[in-house]
Ligand binder design. Structure first.
Ligand code: GH3
Ligand code: MG
Ligand code: MG
Length: 321
């Protein structure tokens, strides 16, 4: 018997290798060997006997372990004609075929795989967190852009509806409101009054104190009118130095009183520009009643205002429609 070129004797111990085990059998006690053949088995690998007439047997790549090779000679009838010859041998495993080491290797691989898996999961979690953070930032950006756009739109609307200098409703909006209030007054059968105000000799104010002083005076007048009206009244800049006030629900008497109060507030206001005090008066044309048409109502108020100017200014003229 030889294993990887090395002779094996009974009870031999050889180190594992990828080589094959080669066995040559000879029936030394028989003269007529033509009718003989052999039976053999390698315990540790197989249990069944194998018949052969070959004298050479080969086992490729045996695993480490204990083996017993048995062989006997048989005649043509298959009967055993010799005693069983035996050789025991042991193939010792290489260090890496050690079972403990194999388990250790399996464990290391398993732990390694688990570690890699955990790392991968952690990586995915970090990636997910980063993505969520990016989405959150983008959402915040969009929210900010949206609120900026809304603010810009609100500002645009404010500019489109208000007078730059006084901050009051502009001509277009105050006329629109008047139309709506006339319709409401008709629908609800409630009185409606308008007051048209024109500052007296305002050209002279500009000429005397300068245009910037005139601007300041216009602003102050606007503030006085706003302060002296109710939340549901409408105050607008009708023209250059003319204001239109809409008083829903106010009848002739109430509007007249209100106009007189406004007149006194204007007259008593002291406007200081640089170190000079400017005094202003205004004329008031009031139109009250149950109007059917906003154009006619304005025209009536305009007529009253004209009369107030003709009366010597700084006064109120009221008319019923
Ligand atoms: P009256 O008493 O008859 O109303 O005389 P008035 O001078 O007030 O009337 P007039 O119509 O002759 O002049 C109006 C003046 O108002 C002329 C104009 O320069 C001035 N004015 C109109 N708009 C503005 C403005 O926005 N700023 C300034 N500073 N002045 C203005
Ligand atoms: Mg005027
Ligand atoms: Mg005027």
């Amino acid at each position: 018997m030889s294993f990887g070129g090395q002779e094996i004797e009974n009870a031999a111990s050889v180190q594992w290798s990828a080589n094959s085990l080669n066995i040559s059998i000879a029936a030394l006690n028989f003269r007529n060997i033509e009718h003989l053949h052999f039976r053999y088995r390698l315990l540790g690998l197989e249990k069944e006997w194998v018949d052969t007439s070959d004298e050479m047997i080969r086992y490729p790549r045996l695993e480490p372990g204990d083996y017993r090779f048995q062989a006997t000679t048989a005649d043509d009838s298959g009967e055993e004609v010799s005693s069983v010859a035996e050789v025991d041998f042991h193939i010792t495993p290489r260090w890496w075929q050690n079972q403990f080491l194999s388990w250790a290797l399996i464990l290391v691989c398993a732990f390694g795989a688990a570690g890699l898996w955990r790392l991968r999961i952690r990586g995915l979690q970090v990636q997910k967190q980063q993505l969520e953070l990016a989405v959150q930032h983008r959402t915040e950006d969009l929210e900010r852009e949206k609120s900026e756009l809304l603010r810009a739109r609100e500002q645009m609307r404010h500019y489109a509806e208000h007078d730059d200098l006084t901050g009051l409703w502009n001509h277009r909006i105050i006329v629109e409101r008047l139309r709506a209030e006339v319709a409401k007054s008709q629908r609800e059968r409630t009185p409606l009054s308008v007051i048209l105000v024109d500052l007296d000799h305002f050209k002279q104010i500009n000429d005397t104190f300068g245009h910037l002083a005139g601007d300041l005076a216009l602003k102050e007048m606007g503030a006085i009118f706003l302060r002296s009206t109710r939340p549901y009244d409408w105050v607008g800049r009708y023209g250059g130095e003319e204001f239109l006030l809409i008083l829903p629900g106010s009848n002739y008497a109430a509007a007249r009183v209100r106009a007189e109060e406004l007149r006194m507030a204007v007259e008593s206001a002291r406007i200081t520009y640089v170190d000079r005090s400017i005094q202003i008066t205004a004329s008031f044309g009031v139109a009250s009643g149950f109007p059917t048409d906003e154009g006619k109502l304005i025209k009536t108020a305009d007529g009253a205002l004209y009369a107030a100017k003709a009366n010597g200014r700084n006064c109120v003229v009221s008319t019923e429609v």
